[in-house]
Design a protein around this ligand. Structure first.
Ligand code: GL2
Length: 826
């Protein structure tokens, strides 16, 4: 349901001829150029808008169908979306892919050459942002009426480059050449306030209703990206907000007297709100800007949701029946207080009624187990930036703690633990607590994660309200991560299963299982992998200059750099392999390519140093004439969705080696297994569910489980004792300490060694032996190609569960209670 009652006026053609006619017309009338003089970007933009027109048509019909049905909508609030490139997706979803090559050939251009202009909108960091994109894809595919809300960051996730092996961040100016996939919607702009003061409402003796007069106002201007469903007519949208100064912000008087910088002060301050993804929060202004972003997203989105609700409904009783809001992690949790403020202060509802509506409207997905990742905001900052919201937090907390005291009379300890306010030198607001208190359902993202949330992080809440807690294991879209990323494998799968129905019913991959013992099928499977690896090898050589052998075992660790994910453990294994080859060059070894991909947060110095060490190790390994015969290490810079789509289909081995109990779920693990990579992993996150499904024989398990890790920590973990007890581990650590990877300089990587031997927060040393031994089993399995291929086929065949379509179905059934709305054909 959108704006007024949209009436589709034009229906784009449905034939190759009409598509070609539209292309030429768009080139002429939209880009203002001709085939003879068109540049690459002209060609790209023309193709993009021609495909987009087909989506607009469907979008108009979707809006009309939603308007007519007035259904319950899912509103997904997320600070991050990692959508990936749009061109190839939209060609596939509009079924125009098959026309592009003949037309392009006719016109003498290559579609691949045009794709380089298709910029990936990097509006997120990692798994959480990509999950948002996968869920939006599946909602559209399942005809679920949904709108995603986010921020249109002017600069997305930084571009990673390496200088002397060190990560250097460059701004990601993703809209520099324009973004053909979005539509500005300036008529739906909203005003958002910050700072200011509040006063009592004389008519409210309880002082629950107050009036806020903001001290600063900015505009939120929306634009939207179209989100098509696959194999259906539904096209939903993601609405992205950009901050703009309010109209009177330009100071003409100052400009007139030459104060050019001061004249635009207010404009700059306002526009900074949506300038970058995750402003550095190591400074006070940085923290304030981040909180401003969060509230900006929430304030604009809620006003838009209410505007949409009112197009077809009146009164507030039915609000929570038509609106369900999913909070993607804690970043948008101020929405709970903002909806209360809108209902109580601006629309005059009583507190209890407003609270009932609010609680029924919101649900919260938690995506972490790391205590430091659970957001808290200083009370002082909130009091200054959002004074009214802080009052509302106090009131919500007051009523909530009354409930706690009733449930646990006399237990002030539980009150202190559960309070939304964390007491101490600096009082802080616990956003996860506010989220749980303000939501109907709370969910974790994998079985173990949900269990640990209910057992540890949110234990008190799970005791008080067990019915609120749910598990919804993450999933990934098979369209992008199998069909688009791996066309060769998709073709083979379709050939075996008879049709492409598996793309929307991924459990059908089970049908591949019986063919795992068929030698001809295994050979075809191996050929596909070999083909993908040859493609990756060529790309890696172009980007890094390092030659890799497509027949070597392709061992990949692609994810954000974080200590808990344990890239340092992988590196210890690489160094151990190097040391073994050096010690006995005559022996034979399984040839391996180890590929790393990932960025470290700009302020995360320990991980930036580890990135430097990976590059340094690569330098030593790849130039050692003996070692490089068996081992190559490559680290293509700037890992992102586009690169993931290239690397994943070529992987033989998927590294999922986080310390048990730390990775909430992981989704890269699912993408890799679906593409036939075997996992070497711990019993962490969704690894457990992957192993349960593919079978223990088809999964390389190592390391401590969560109880063992907890017990070891309790008993006083000493990494040094592991170091001393294991010759190969000692040698690997000493190799780093000796300066081997820094031209003899022992100081450069000393902090890495100190971190390992000092605290080793994520117990890499404790898991080292089990990991290296398990890698030896991997190498042995690799020497039997038939067995390996069989395992690879079974991984794909049994991972249908990890489709985000299944994830969305579970959200619909357990939490959202929404029904699909079918959109008719043109
Ligand atoms: C994460 C988790 O770390 C990751 O395990 C999970 O798969 C995703 C999606 O649920 O969410 N949480 C988080 O803050 N980021 C993640 O990737 N960035």
């Amino acid at each position: 349901m959108t704006e007024a009652r949209p009436r589709p006026r034009r229906t784009v053609g449905d034939s190759l001829e009409e598509f070609e006619r539209d292309l030429i017309s768009n080139l002429y009338y939209q880009r203002g150029t001709t085939i003879e003089s068109a540049s690459g970007p002209d060609g790209y933009h023309t193709l993009a808008v021609t495909v987009r027109d087909r989506l607009v048509d469907r979008y108009a019909r979707t809006a009309a169908a939603h308007y007519a049905a007035n259904p319950r909508f899912v509103y997904y609030l997320s600070a991050e979306y990692l959508l990936g490139r749009q061109l190839r997706q939209n060609l596939l979803y509009t079924d125009t892919e098959r026309w592009v090559r003949p037309i392009a050939e006719d016109l003498g251009v290559s579609p691949e050459a045009l794709e380089v202009y298709d910029v990936e909108p990097g509006l997120g960091n990692g798994g959480l942002g990509r999950l948002a994109a996968c869920l939006m894809d599946s909602m559209a595919t399942l005809d679920i009426p949904a709108v995603g809300y986010g921020i249109r960051y002017e600069f997305g996730i930084f571009k990673q480059t390496f200088r002397d092996g060190k990560q250097v961040e460059r701004p990601d100016d993703w809209t520099f050449y324009g973004n053909p996939w979005e539509f500005p919607a300036p008529d739906d702009r909203q005003l958002v306030g910050f700072y200011g003061t509040t006063v009592a409402d004389p008519k409210d003796p309880e002082n629950l209703r107050r009036k806020w007069t903001p001290g600063e106002t900015v505009r939120g201007e929306p634009s939207h990206m179209l989100v098509p469903g696959y194999g259906t007519q539904t096209v939903n949208i993601i609405r992205l907000w950009q901050a703009r100064a309010s109209r009177e912000s330009f100071d003409l008087a100052r400009f007139g007297v030459g104060q050019y910088v001061e004249a635009v002060d207010d404009i700059v301050r306002a526009e900074n709100i949506s300038k970058v993804l995750y402003p550095d929060d190591s400074t006070e202004p940085g923290r304030e800007l981040r909180l401003k972003q969060q509230y900006f997203l929430v304030a604009c989105s809620l006003r838009d949701i209410i505007r949409r609700y009112r197009l077809r409904n009146s009164g507030w009783e039915g609000f929570a029946d038509k609106v369900v809001i999913q909070l993607n992690d804690t970043h948008p949790v101020m929405a709970v207080t903002e909806l209360m403020r809108l209902l109580v202060d601006e629309h005059g509802l009583g507190w209890d009624e407003a609270w009932g509506i609010t609680r029924r409207t919101f649900n919260y997905t938690c995506h972490t187990l790391l205590p430091e990742a659970l957001e808290t905001w200083p009370v002082q900052l909130l009091e200054r930036l959002l004074p009214r919201h802080m009052e509302i937090v106090y009131a919500i907390n007051h009523f909530f703690l009354e409930e706690v005291r009733q449930a646990y009379p006399g237990d002030e300890d539980v009150v202190r633990r559960m309070s939304i306010i964390q007491e101490g030198d600096e009082r802080r607001v616990r956003m996860a607590h506010l989220a749980v208190v303000g939501s109907t359902a709370v969910n974790g993202v994998a079985e173990l994660h949900t269990k640990l949330l209910a057992g540890t992080t949110l234990h008190d809440f799970a005791q008080l309200w067990p019915e609120r807690f749910h598990n919804v294991t993450n999933g990934v879209t098979p369209r992008r991560f199998l069909r688009m990323a791996n066309p060769a494998l998709s073709e083979l799968i379709t050939e075996m299963l008879g049709d492409e129905g598996w793309l929307t019913d991924l459990e059908r991959l089970h049908g591949l299982g019986p063919h795992a013992d068929d030698p001809a099928f295994r050979a075809a499977w191996r050929d596909v992998k070999r083909h993908n690896k040859a493609g990756l090898a060529a790309a890696v050589e172009r980007s890094t200059g390092v030659l890799i052998d497509p027949d070597a075992l392709c061992d990949v660790m692609i994810k954000r750099f974080h200590e808990y994910k344990r890239q340092q453990l992988k590196l210890l294994h690489v160094i151990t392999m190097m040391n073994r080859i050096r010690a006995d060059p005559q022996a034979t070894y399984v040839p391996r390519t180890v590929l790393f991909g990932g960025k470290a947060a700009p302020g995360y110095h320990a991980m930036k140093l580890l990135i430097e060490l990976v590059n340094a190790v690569a330098g030593v390994v790849n130039t050692d004439p003996v070692v490089s015969r068996y081992l190559r290490v490559v680290f293509p810079a700037d890992y992102n969705v586009t690169k993931a789509q290239f690397i994943i289909p070529a992987a033989d081995l998927s590294e999922q080696i986080s310390l048990a109990g730390k990775e909430a779920s992981g989704t890269g693990n699912m993408k890799l297994a679906l593409n036939g990579a075997l996992t070497i992993g711990t019993l962490d996150g969704a690894n457990i569910e992957i192993r349960d499904r593919v079978g223990a024989d088809n999964f390389f398990l190592f390391g401590m489980d969560t109880p063992a890790a907890t017990a070891l920590r309790r008993s006083g973990y000493s990494p040094r004792s592991f170091y001393e007890a294991d010759f190969e581990l000692r040698l690997a650590v000493d190799t780093i300490a000796s300066g081997t990877f820094a031209k003899g300089d022992r100081d450069v990587f000393a902090p890495v060694v100190d971190a390992m031997l000092g605290r080793d927060e994520y117990m890499a040393l404790a898991d080292y032996r089990s990991y290296v031994d398990c890698q030896d089993t991997v190498a042995e399995a690799w020497t039997d190609p038939d067995r390996w291929t069989r395992m690879s086929i079974l991984n794909t065949a049994r991972c249908g569960f990890f489709s985000s379509d299944r994830t969305v179905r579970e959200y619909c059934e357990q939490i959202w209670k929404v029904d699909p709305v079918r959109v008719g054909e043109a």
